[in-house]
Design a binder for this molecule. Structure first.
Ligand SMILES: NC(=O)c1ccc[n+]([C@@H]2O[C@H](COP(=O)([O-])OP(=O)(O)OC[C@H]3O[C@@H](n4cnc5c(N)ncnc54)[C@H](O)[C@@H]3O)[C@@H](O)[C@H]2O)c1
Length: 274
């Protein structure tokens, strides 16, 4: 057991990142696994508690967080969607989780942010986390807001908040863009553990991406402020993707996630042009 990790509550525990985090935090004293959907594997009663609840239910979150040393907040709509749905899950949800953590006296909250907060920077721009946001869609806009809520709770209440701008979590890269954006499961766990245990945290925003030779994001915040340097590199899979893929010719870092076609189905009022 890694006693440093203590008792950790994880929202969105039934999701893709949640499953990786659950496995990776197996050495925590206790895990409280929260999701509105059932967990893929039932909780192990000796070291896990399952809570089926919606993150926007502040009272349910306060109850779930009682006695926790930290919260890892993953629950969200994790892709492009209509703004009202995104606002409810990703902004009101993040606020409810931060507020419940404050009320339950939880010392640290790790927020799952996304690389898509800066997905409209061009691929040749090396982005530092303190550069202005350039979201590539409504989803990215709501993650900018979630980070801002984290900063607000850190500044106002002295809570310790780490926003991890997650890359593309996959067992291994499945498309060209992943040569830049891949986050291996091992590095995902490494970043989350570092975010839970780093000293002297007030508010930190850091990219959580593997040490990919072709990445566009700066890793020094993770290294200096969280003490984690990723170990994997998508370059070992580069032979599986064509060198002349149009993605590398230019355009936004978000690739196919960015641009008018990606946004069109989600525009308010149907988005049709006169
Ligand atoms: N998977 C990635 O590569 C990636 C990349 C960037 C950011 N992220 C962020 O990481 C987090 C997890 O992503 P994921 O890929 O695991 O998504 P996912 O869709 O696989 O899992 C999200 C989980 O959250 C739960 N959930 C959603 N809304 C909820 C609510 N209102 N109340 C309770 N539970 C709710 C869902 O039931 C689901 O189990 C998200 O915040 C996402 O934006 C993921």
């Amino acid at each position: 057991m890694d006693s440093q990790l203590g008792r950790v509550a994880v929202t969105g525990a039934a999701g893709q990142v949640g499953r990786t985090v659950r496995e990776g935090l197996g050495d925590a004293e206790h895990l409280v696994l929260i999701d509105r959907s059932p967990l893929p594997e039932p909780a192990d009663a000796d070291r896990e508690t399952a809570v089926e609840a919606d993150i926007t239910d502040v009272e349910a979150m306060v109850k779930a967080f009682e006695g926790a040393d930290a919260v890892v907040h993953l629950a969200a709509i994790a892709d492009e969607a209509a703004m009202p749905d995104l606002l409810r899950a990703n902004v009101e949800g993040a606020l409810a989780v931060l507020e419940a953590a404050r009320r339950a006296s939880v010392r640290r909250v790790v927020l799952a942010s996304s690389n898509r907060v800066t997905g409209n920077y061009p691929i040749h721009h090396h982005v530092f986390p303190d550069e202005p946001p350039r979201p590539d869609g409504f989803y990215g806009v709501t993650k900018v807001a979630a980070e801002a809520l984290g900063q607000l709770y850190a500044d106002t209440y002295g809570m310790q908040v780490v926003a991890l701008r997650i890359g593309s979590l996959e067992e291994q890269p499945t498309e060209t863009r992943h040569l830049a954006t891949w986050l291996s499961p091992r590095d995902c766990v490494g970043f989350v553990k570092a975010a839970l245990t780093a000293d002297n945290v007030n508010f930190v925003a850091a990219y959580a991406v593997s040490a990919n030779a072709r990445r566009f994001w700066d890793l020094t915040a993770g290294e200096n402020e969280l003490g984690y340097r990723p170990v994997d590199d998508a370059a070992v899979y580069s032979g599986e993707f064509p060198d002349d893929d149009p993605f590398w010719h230019g355009g936004p870092q978000g690739g196919a996630f960015a641009g008018p076609e990606a946004l069109a189905p989600h525009l308010p009022g149907g988005g049709t042009q006169e």
